[in-house]
Design a protein around this ligand. Structure first.
Ligand code: FUL
Length: 479
């Protein structure tokens, strides 16, 4: 009896094993470097502000010399809550403030400098812009970040080894007093100090201090460690944009890889260092009244959004407060328009009720139905040359496709096509290279009954984790 039971169990077990083996999906493996949890959270922010504010605002300079009197800094109606309110309304997720620019003036009363808000007449020397903005961000549900220029044209120690101590001390002050910080910005500009000397920065030490004090803060510089510069100040990422970068043999500033490499990343790069696309809403980084007529339009801002976020990068948009210490009305109107365009464009996903069929990693052709848009974690296609057919329940006229790749397991898609079909006919073919965090492709409005996404070339898995389509206002289609 016992033996019969054992034999019967074996049959059942063998039967189960046979049944499941041929169709079993292979769990995908990570391909190459993967993001840290902090980097992943940062990818999701997509759009946040830069604020350049300081003596330059009042002296009409872009690069102050460091010898401006502290009293030059004198906003008449500074209101960090107004900045944060407008940032929030614009849909930004955070603000990075120039706590110190190249002129060395500290927007907080640093113990390690004599060129600070404390030495100015503003609020009788009792003001602290860094504190005020960090509090305003918290109150408005925004993240806060700090730019602290290593180049300092004021500090007497600049150009000597002791300046590295000064930098570490000021960095320690801001990260411990005004956190939590989502991002910290190391500018690559490196010129001479007031003593005519150039500094040899101890970035190795700076990095260790950051990691020790604030391990959750992502650190930006031309070459990371966490986020890289996009290689231009126009806010434009490469159409091919790898989140990977080789940094061995390179240094920050002049020793960084070429702007082209920073723009596109390295296909087989050894480190996960995604790009951030920075640009100012005006020609300058600081406010200049004569640029009031040159504020970017909502259309231009939307175009930059497509060329940064839509290429898997992030959009760091600088909004410089004026001499009152307020965001100018013209800038805030442009931001309202930009927000409206994003809402109008992306609030109605036209691929809500869809059927998707694709070949999964075991080789089986699967069909899945979605009633409220594609919401699977990813399609485990196994990375073979694969056709993912997306069929909406009725014909849809679209001019924008949004794709996402499952980046927690790395970035692997090198080339893809979207075939827009009507009936059996392919009416339009859209070519693309990388996808990464997000890829927005825009084109002339086209009625479609299905879309074939063809993964042409990948380094491995090619895990698609987002598929949406939209009809955006025609004038916003990327030029
Ligand atoms: C550059 C600086 O020299 C500019 O003044 C500005 O701060 C920009 C964001 O980075 O390197």
């Amino acid at each position: 009896m016992k033996n019969i039971f054992i034999v019967a169990s074996l049959f059942v077990f063998a039967g189960l094993a046979c049944k499941s083996t041929p169709t079993r999906e292979k769990a995908p493996e990570a391909i190459g470097p993967v993001p840290t949890s902090q980097q992943l959270a940062w990818h999701d922010l997509e759009f946040y502000w830069f604020i350049h504010f300081g003596p330059n605002t009042f002296t009409d300079k872009e690069w102050g010399h460091g010898d401006e009197p502290a009293d030059a800094f004198n906003p008449t109606a500074l209101d960090c809550n107004q900045w944060a309110r407008i940032a929030k309304q614009s849909g930004a997720k955070g603000i990075i403030l120039t706590a110190k620019h190249h002129d060395g003036f500290c927007l907080w009363p640093s113990k390690y400098s004599t060129h600070t808000v404390r030495e100015s007449k503003w609020m009788n020397g009792k003001g602290d812009v860094v504190k005020a903005l960090s509090e305003a961000c918290k109150a408005n549900g925004l993240l806060f970040g700090i730019y602290l220029s290593p180049w300092d044209r004021n500090h007497p120690k600049y150009g000597t080894p002791e300046y590295n101590d000064v930098y570490v001390n000021t960095m320690t002050e801001v990260v411990t007093q005004y956190g939590p910080l989502f991002e910290f910005w190391w500018d690559g500009a490196n010129g001479e100090g007031p003593n005519g000397k150039k500094q040899v920065y101890d970035f190795h030490r700076f990095e260790n201090v950051m990691r020790e004090l604030v391990p959750n803060t992502v650190v930006f510089s031309d070459i990371g460690p966490d986020i890289r510069w996009v290689g231009n100040e126009k806010g434009i990422a490469g159409k091919t944009n790898w989140n990977l970068l080789d940094t061995a043999g390179f240094t920050r500033g002049a020793g960084a890889p070429s702007p082209d490499t920073l723009n596109q990343g390295n296909v087989n790069g050894k480190n996960w260092i995604p790009s951030e696309s920075d640009v100012s809403i005006r020609p300058g980084w600081f406010y200049h009244a004569e640029e009031d007529g040159k504020v970017k339009t909502p259309e231009q801002l939307f175009d930059l959004y497509l060329k940064s976020v839509g290429r898997g990068s992030s959009f760091l948009l600088n909004i410089p407060p004026d001499r009152r210490g307020l965001i100018h009305e013209i800038d805030s109107a442009a931001l309202v328009g930009f927000r409206k365009y994003r809402e109008e464009s992306f609030s109605n996903n036209l691929l809500k009720s869809i059927t998707i069929s694709y070949t999964e990693s075991s080789g089986a052709r699967l069909t899945k139905k979605f009633d409220n848009g594609f919401d699977a974690k990813y399609l485990n296609t196994g990375g073979e040359k694969n056709i993912i057919s997306v069929i909406p329940d009725k014909e849809q006229t679209i001019n924008c496709i949004m794709l996402k790749e499952y980046i927690p397991l790395g970035q692997s898609i090198k080339q893809f096509q979207c075939l827009l079909k009507n009936g059996d006919k392919t009416v339009k073919t859209i070519e693309g290279t990388t996808i990464g965090h997000k890829r927005l492709l825009t084109f002339e409005s086209t009625p479609v009954t299905s879309i074939d996404i063809v993964i042409e070339d990948t380094k491995g898995n090619g895990l698609i984790s987002g598929i949406e389509a939209y009809r955006i206002p025609d004038q916003l289609v990327e030029k």
